[in-house]
Design a protein around this ligand. Structure first.
Ligand SMILES: [Zn+2]
Ligand SMILES: [Zn+2]
Ligand SMILES: [Zn+2]
Length: 353
């Protein structure tokens, strides 16, 4: 993540809607990938110091769950990030205090926006399923059956199918998420991790598997044509192989080659974002965009040890409780290769326009 500053000079965060110092509104501009200080002018128009005109996303104005700006010339009432939503947590239940569904939606939006920022930083184009019905991406934030009334309601499973990423909105509740993490014996479980992991499935399904480079998939991850259902059943019954950490970045990655890919993709995005944050903070001398996978991992391993030490000092668990072995390195390099091909393809298409 980059660092951002208000016009008054104070630092603001990616999730902020106001500057904590001067109280001016700040919002995220997709065109420049920057937080911009805005002043309200008239009829919902907001202006930057340079005179650029914006409107606030409707999910900001009416629901306070977004801080993204819309160029004034755009006909949309939702920002780029909010256009990917298909189902959101039910906001009509307002007599609950604190308003759980509001908080869930807010946390889901914040994680989703971080994911979209990473994709834009990496030059990975993504459009919504509303604009591109067959190829685009949409999100369903569904409520868990525990909170639904009536019987015979299927439990919500976080997952991907046919362009739709479903996130169980209960994942936005800390207690529920930590219980699930303990029940599944996971090393880490975050909302952002879910978004990253599931987009790995989306990009493989809709984009990467059509590219010629995808032919090397099985030599890196194994044969993905083995039964998914059976493999997952075996995994949930028996757990991962005892030596899983030699070959996989997480235990779950051992369940099936397509899960291995999604987990590896998840970690690639995490490492890139982590290294960019470190670079912005002056903790590492080079931005990850100028590094090879091997160089990235060399720096990340040192950095991960450092942040784990820091976390232990303040009484928290390790921030990055994973070991990246040589076998995982090869898989991460494959993710980097696919992203590079996609970026080149995008640039070639732009030149052709
Ligand atoms: Zn300020
Ligand atoms: Zn929005
Ligand atoms: Zn998965």
């Amino acid at each position: 993540m980059k660092r951002f500053y208000c016009d008054c000079g104070l630092e603001v965060f990616f999730e902020d809607r106001h500057c904590g110092h001067c109280q001016q509104d700040v919002g995220f501009d997709v065109d420049t990938l920057a937080m911009i200080t805005i002043t309200s002018t008239r009829h919902g128009i907001h202006e930057s110091r340079e005179g650029r005109k914006f409107r606030r996303c409707d999910n900001w104005t009416y629901h306070n769950v977004c801080n993204w700006l819309i160029p004034d010339r755009s006909a949309n009432s939702l920002c780029y990030g909010c256009q990917f939503n298909r189902i959101i947590p039910n906001q009509t239940v307002i007599d609950v205090s604190p308003p759980v569904n509001y908080l869930r939606w807010l946390r889901l939006e914040e994680a989703k926006k971080r994911l979209l920022f990473s994709l834009m930083r990496l030059g990975i184009p993504v459009s919504s399923g509303w604009d591109y019905r067959d190829q685009g991406l949409l999100f369903d934030f569904l409520e868990h059956m525990d909170f639904a009334e009536g019987e015979n309601i299927a439990p919500v499973t976080t997952g991907y199918a046919q362009g739709i990423i479903t996130i169980n909105s209960l994942e936005a509740d800390d207690v529920a998420r930590v219980s699930e993490k303990a029940a599944l014996n996971e090393r880490q479980r975050t909302i952002l991790g879910h978004f990253r992991h599931e987009t790995g499935h989306y990009f493989w399904d809709k984009v990467f598997k059509k590219m010629p480079e995808s032919r090397s998939f099985s030599s890196v991850f194994g044969d993905a044509s083995v039964s998914y259902r059976e493999s997952l059943d075996v995994y949930y019954q028996n757990g991962p192989p005892r030596n899983w950490s030699e070959n996989f970045i997480s235990a779950y990655a051992s369940a099936h080659p397509s899960e291995d890919w999604a987990e590896t993709w998840n970690h690639y995005l995490l490492i890139f974002d982590g290294l960019e944050t470190a670079y912005e903070l002056g903790m590492t001398p080079v931005s990850p965009e100028h590094l090879t996978t091997q160089e990235m991992l060399h720096r990340w391993r040192k950095l991960a040890v450092a942040i784990n030490h820091l976390n232990r000092s303040i009484g928290l668990h390790d921030a990055y409780p994973f070991v990246i072995t040589r076998n995982c390195e090869e898989k991460l390099d494959f993710v980097a290769l696919m992203i590079e091909q996609l970026r080149r393809q995008g640039e070639a298409e732009l030149k052709a326009v």
